[in-house]
Write a protein that binds this ligand. Structure first.
Ligand code: COA
Ligand code: AMP
Length: 642
């Protein structure tokens, strides 16, 4: 096998040759004759090919005689349930559930929305949609009714699949009241809701029989019973496999559209060359199917590779303790693990000396991959030294679907560098551009490497976003218009003399709380719903555990007196009700005025620097510099943590 540098170079010099070769790892119904069709700002990978993703993830392995190997291990630290599904079993369950969906009228191209906890039904439902060529849109269980309604209104699914609820430490999350509220807020779209009745959570389809006009609630087991298994439906390679909504700069989430063929090719390459996973290996990705990490590396990637994937319901700490991740590794002989830096920081906080790590538990573990937010060098060192397993920080986004930068340990193990997400992966020509779009990639004569906007030269490799659902204009405007010929990642950073990429933070209003991507704009929209709030600003401030947290600053309407502590409690509750617990919104500061420029723009960056106790310059355009003193004073006494 060629080394990393040669493979990466070849992917840029001869993309068609590189990806044609990679495409041979996928089973096509119609083999690709052409590799890429390219316009000025558009490109389609494998335009004339056809395949089915579910067949590639399941039937293919069964047909190859590996039906008895374990495809999925369900491990619930919440209920104590352990369950293994072989490839044959999983294929059969998926085929029958796909049959049930077909009986409900779902066909190729239809959207199906999934709002499910981390149970095997989530995987089965995703693969069942893929089997029919239907497009799934999974919504993370930590989002509240308003966010769910926005996604229903955008994706317009005919069927919604849910469960009675999820389990969080110390509380049950009942989904059905949330679903009902969302359906009322986005009426006339969903015709059928399939409900998986979970013994641990009250509520069932029967409870909602006539709850929402024109919506039928049916039980998962009832629709599945007697359904004829569905055969995989071949789709055109560029057909969407899924929509996954993610936060942008505005309150309206962007529905990232993923194609089928390019994604299959990219993931197949990735599993072998980045994660070093193949048939017989076990991968444990501790994330959620509601995030892109779950789509790519709990569900599609490991199953495409014919490996075993672990579906983990629980938390890194407290379910029951900080040793649960390590016990999962030991119990299933995990070779590759993937989680978010926050999870490691949570473990470190309660078990700094790794006393809960049983001796020998990590013997099978070859690499621990981390992504989703910046990995601080301190945690990187702690994990590398304490676990005795190489830790790889790698960088990607919902939009790209697979890593932009990583250490490709399946090709060769490159030396790690604290603070860096290692090197660009094939097809990614990563450049550092200044505000005017000038290429600043490389090192200065003094050896320093300039920081700037991280951009990717077009076309993007297979598996990356096809667009924004229902809005070609938004795709252009959000990603392609800032730097013509490039995709703007929204991240800032630099590339050192060895070609290692350092991702330092966002250039927009996106923040990352415990690896969950949130838009400060959507939080601001919620705060302004409160009748007492005149103006507000939400910024992402440093948080020792979660990397960042959202801090809200509000000014009050003169004619609406309200005690500050009451207001603060109401605002925290409002965000929880509209965005969901995932926002983990707790900090509110009431100010007399917000710092602004003379043209009325809120000085969010300066505010963040002040809160984070970083050096800052008073912007020349500031309307009234004394407002910053007020802010400093307020911060000394007023940040609340209810
Ligand atoms: N359903 C309902 N509520 C949820 C939820 C879900 N699926 N997931 C989280 N929540 C709730 C939590 O219970 C918590 O509620 P609380 O305020 O009542 O305590 C709140 O949302 C904040 O949760 P979070 O910040 O996630 O903390 P946590 O302790 O629940 O979990 C981690 C910590 C590290 C396990 C979790 O943050 C995590 O998995 N992060 C990584 C995410 C990821 O994979 N990112 C990759 C992005 S692609
Ligand atoms: P998401 O789309 O939810 O996966 O979030 C993507 C964003 O998370 C990126 O644009 C980065 O801002 C951030 N991110 C993801 N991985 C990393 C990483 N390894 N280092 C720094 N930031 C990261």
């Amino acid at each position: 096998m060629l080394g990393y540098a040669s493979q990466w170079r070849r992917s840029l010099d001869d993309p068609a040759g590189f990806w044609r070769e990679a495409a041979s790892a996928v089973q096509w119904s119609v083999e690709p004759a052409r590799v890429i069709e390219q316009g000025e700002e558009s490109w389609t990978w494998f335009p004339d090919a056809a395949l089915n993703m579910s067949a590639n993830c399941l039937d293919r392995h069964v047909d190859a005689g590996r039906g008895e190997s374990v495809a999925l291990r369900y491990h619930s630290a919440m209920t104590g349930t352990r369950k293994a599904y072989t490839y044959s079993e999983l294929r059969d369950r998926v085929a029958v559930f796909a049959g049930a969906l077909r009986d409900l009228g779902v066909t190729r191209g239809d959207r199906v929305l999934l709002y499910l906890p981390m149970t095997p039904e989530a995987v089965i439902a995703m693969l069942a949609c893929a089997r029919l060529g239907a497009i799934h849109a999974v919504v993370f269980g930590g989002f509240a009714a308003t966010e769910l309604a926005m996604r229903i209104a955008d994706a317009r699914p005919s069927v919604l699949i849910t469960a009675s609820g999820g389990l969080e430490p110390g509380r049950i999350v009942e989904y059905l009241p949330i679903v009902r509220k969302a359906l009322e807020a986005a009426p006339g779209i969903v015709s059928t809701v399939v409900v998986r009745d979970r013994a641990a959570v009250p509520g069932s389809a029967a409870d909602l029989a006539d709850a929402v006009a024109d919506v039928r609630f049916v039980d998962w087991d009832d629709v599945t019973e007697g359904a004829e298994p569905a055969e995989p439906v071949p789709v055109v390679s560029s057909d969407p496999l899924y929509i996954l909504h993610t936060s942008g700069t505005t309150g309206a989430p962007k529905g990232i559209v993923r194609d089928t063929g390019g994604y299959a090719v990219a993931l197949a390459w990735t599993m072998r060359h980045i994660y070093d996973i193949g048939p017989g290996d076990t991968m444990f990705t501790a994330s959620d199917v509601g995030w892109v990490v779950g789509h790519s590396f709990i569900v599609y990637g490991p199953l495409l590779a014919g490996a075993t994937t672990v579906l983990f319901e629980g938390k890194p700490v407290g379910t029951p303790d900080a040793g649960e991740f390590w016990r999962v590794v030991a119990e299933y002989g995990v070779k590759t693990m993937f989680t978010a830096p926050t999870a490691l920081r949570a473990i470190r906080r309660v078990d700094p000396d790794l006393e809960e790590l049983p001796a020998g538990a990590l013997d099978t573990l070859q690499t621990l991959f981390l992504a989703g937010e910046r990995l601080d060098p301190e945690t990187w060192h702690w994990a590398n030294d304490g676990l005795g397993v190489p830790v790889v920080d790698h960088w990607w986004q919902t939009e790209t679907g697979w890593p932009i930068c990583a250490n490709p340990v399946g090709v060769e193990r490159l030396p790690g560098k604290a603070g860096s997400t290692a090197v660009p992966m094939p097809g990614y020509d990563v450049r550092i551009l200044d505000g005017k779009g000038r290429d600043r990639t490389g090192t200065e004569p003094d050896g320093s490497s300039p920081e700037g906007n991280i951009a990717l030269r077009l076309p993007l490799p297979p598996g990356t976003l096809r667009g924004v659902w229902g809005s070609p204009g938004r795709f252009r405007e959000a990603y392609l218009s800032a730097f013509p010929g490039f995709y703007a990642t929204g991240d800032a950073g630099h590339i050192d003399a060895d070609g290692y990429v350092f991702v330092m933070g966002r250039t927009d209003d996106v923040i990352n709380v415990a690896g969950h991507r949130l838009s400060t704009g959507s939080l601001e929209e919620v705060l302004t719903m409160h009748p007492a709030v005149a103006e507000c600003a939400v910024i992402g401030v440093r948080d020792e555990l979660k990397g960042q947290r959202a801090a809200g600053f509000v000014t009050l309407k003169a004619h609406h007196p309200i005690a500050h502590d009451v207001l603060e409690r109401e605002l925290v509750a409002l965000v929880r009700e509209h965005v969901g617990p995932v926002a983990a919104f707790r900090d509110v500061t009431v100010l007399d005025r917000l710092p602004k420029t003379r043209s009325g723009k809120i000085l969010r960056k300066t505010m963040r620097q002040i809160v984070d106790d970083e050096p800052y310059k008073i912007p020349a355009t500031i309307e009234d510099p004394t407002v910053l003193d007020d802010l400093q004073q307020a911060l000394r006494g007023a940040v609340v943590h209810p």
